[in-house]
Every structure is written in structure tokens, then in C-alpha cells.
Ligand binder design. Sequence first.
Ligand code: C2O
Ligand code: CU
Length: 495
Amino acid sequence: MNRYTMGAFALVGFLMGCGSEAPPAPSTTVGEVVHPELPPLPEVSGLTPMPDLNPDPHIVEVDLVARPHAVQLLPGQATQLFNYNDQFPGPLLHARVGDRVIIHFRNDLAEETVIHWHGLRISDQMDGSPVIQTPVQPGASFTYDFVVPDAGTFWYHTHYHQIQQLEYGLYGALVVHERDFPVFSAERIFVGDDIRLRTTNNQISAFQTSGPDIGGGRVGNRLLSNGRVINGEDGDGPVTFTIPRGAIERWRFVLATNALSYGLRIRGADARVISTDGGLLPEAFALERVEIAPGQRYDFEVRPQADATEVVLEALVLVLDENDNVVEAPFVLARGTIEGETVTPEPVYPKVSLPATSVEAAGHEWKLSGGVVDGQVQFTINGVPSYVGEGHEHVLLETFEPNVPVKITLSSNVSPRHPFHIHGQFFQILERGGKPVFEPGLRDTVEVRGNETATILSYFENHGRWMVHCHISEHSENGMMADVQVGTQAAGHGH
Ligand code: C2O
Ligand code: CU
């Protein structure tokens, strides 16, 4: 049985348990733990978790409010942002696979918004698509309610006027722990972002509607790590902490930029990739560096090296040098000083298998392109701009039969690259330029590089109407966004 079907069965089982056939109540006496089979969730350092208002260990119930919020990013004037719960990044939403999650959301912005739970294979009704969900008006509320079907590192973010609202800080991390999660000496989470601030007053600089900001996507002049400015003399510098020798830690990483992709590298430790967008890998792998694109995630297992004094997480970013040559430069996102000593039992990873890739699968093509129409940059999928400006309508690109493997070859012929995201589904990356690649694991976002093809394999097992789009906000909001339909019936409601 593969992971997909296991997840589906677990979900079905849970939903059934909510109905008439309630699961047998655990027999307890006063003072006993109600659910002794469930160990408490491990702490994930780096972001403040949302307080869980519901005492039921299988329900996470939280309040979330979006509103303007000023953050001291640099010395001098505080920067006006839009944040969730006055935190930047937003608070950590923390659950266990199979939990019901209820989010009481209130919009205290002066504009409409919706929240998308990026990577969660939930009902399309709860997915935060502005086509399905009427955007939440200023002052209005909406309750998101769903069961989390998969474990992994995910994130949530605005899906409305994303160019501006995402740049303004409407995002947060979402961690779903495995039922039998491996135990580490510590878990940490890092969210990478960039932001473009005016040098005169530290405010977010104006948004362009043409030129390189649209062509390639808006890139900042400051790099952020968990909301701290890490580059420049006046920044806060990297996230810092101490890590004992002998530690075995799990580091989760989310990239929340509008457009910037970069390399990730860990120095001073033996580090292995243990998880991608869709959860744990069947087999961890070590690499000098990995590439991460907007929307993607990685988890690393990190063991400080015997002769190292610090463990450093770096972003490898393309920048211009003083001669205007494009060069790659390292920026430290996080620095752990090695201090003290500990003994950590080997983490026990749950057994994971991925859906077979050696299957007969029909081939589909999605051509990502763009051009200038009437002086406006317009991005297209298979020649059609699907979402432009304010329109809350997406072209229906294709209809898929559920649970039938499909190969999709995405190609980019104009813009530099397109980190392409499919809502509500996972896929595997098979090929680039027609050649097999080693990019293991389940993904919900694949970076399609310029003048390249990338072939993915998806099973489309989650019914409903789903958005597919480039995760560069400037591309999706200027046309590179559509819907696909999986099956005929809508997905089950969140609960
Ligand atoms: Cu992370 Cu449609 O988005
Ligand atoms: Cu794009």
C-alpha cells in the first residue's frame, strides 16, 4: 500500500469516526491522561505557536486576525506591514496528522483577503481560492475548518492581491507532525523571505506594473529570516541559537518570497534532506546544497560536526557585484553556536513509500509563456491568460479523472523561470529536458527553469476544483493562473 492510499484511508476513517460511529471513548479515571497513545507535539523553535483554544487533543482551534502592523525591521522608522496576529511571520500553526483544525479568521484589513493553506490536501471549499470562496470583506470573519490529511512542513498565506499582500507579510508556517513522529533533540523552523524597503523611511517601496518587477517577479533589497533582516550592517542579522555537540535536530524551511529562488546550504554539520513539500522521504539524502523556489519546503536532519564551532544555514543568492556581474553570494539565515554536549538517541523514521513512478501515464503539456499585449505584460498557460487583475474567474485548463496517474510536461519559453504550484495535490518530479532527474519526494511546487521542460507525475486523487499557477505572484496575478477539475463531485467539506 502506498502512502497516498494510506493517507486517504486514514482520512476516511477519521471522518467516519466523526459521524454516528463515534470511536470508543478511552476508559480513564480522574488524573489519567485521556489519550495516552499520543505523545505531546514537540516544540518547534523559531516561531511562536498559535494558542490552541480547544482542549480536545484531536482538535486544534485558533483565532487568526489579519491587520496592519508596524515592525521594527531596521533602525529608524518601523515598517508598516500586514500581519497575522501581529506577528511577522505569522504564528506557527501546529497540528498532528488527522487532527481537525478550526481557524476563526477575522479580516481587520481595509481590503478583502482569503487564506490559502499551501500544500494541504483538504477540501477545495476550504482551500482559500478566491474563485470558490467569496473573499473575506474588511471587518468580516470566516471559519476555516478541515482535517489535515498529511504530515509535513506547509505554510499559509494570502491568496488575494498576492503581489502586495504577500510582500506586506501575510504568511505563516504550518507544521503537521507525523502520527509516529521521529524524536529529535530539537526542532526548528525557518521562513525565508525578501522585501524591498525604501532607504529613506524603511517603508515597502512602490509596486511597478511593468518592467523587470513583472517580467521576473519582484525581488527585494533585504533578505529576511523569520522576519529578521539578515543582510546589511543595519539589519538584525541571522537567527541565532546554541546547539550542543551530539544533537540531532530537525530543521524545517519554508520559502515565502514573491519571486526569489535560492540555494540552501548547511555548514558545520552533517545534514541530510529528510522531507520535501509533501512530507518525509522514503530515504534521506545528503547534498552539498539544494535549490528552493517560492512556495517550496525542505526539512533537514542536522548533526553538528566534531570539529565545527558553529552550524550555519546559508542562502546562496544571485546578486550583482561591483562590476555588475551576476555572482552567487552566501547569506547567513541562521547560526547555531555549538555549546555543550548531549547524547541523542537515533531518530526512528516512520516507513514511507511513494506512489510508483514506473506507470503508464497519459502525457499532458502545459506551456508557460508570456508577452506584451496592449502594452501590458500578460502571462499565459497554453496560450491563455487565465486570471488578470481583479477578475475572480479562472479558465478551466483541464479535467482529470481521480486516481489516474498523469504526466504533465511544463515548459517555459519566455520568462526566466516559473515555480509552478498545483493546489490540493502532490506530484513527483521525473524529468528535466526529457532526462530523468534526482529530485525525490512529493512536491506541490516545481520550478520550471527558462527554456526548459520539467515533467511531473501526479495522481490527482483529491477531488474538486483546484488552482494551478506560477508561485511568482507577479506572474500568477498577470495571467499565469488557471483551475483544473478533478472528478465531477466536489471534495468533501473540511468537516
Ligand atoms: Cu502558495 Cu496558490 O499558493
Ligand atoms: Cu512564473
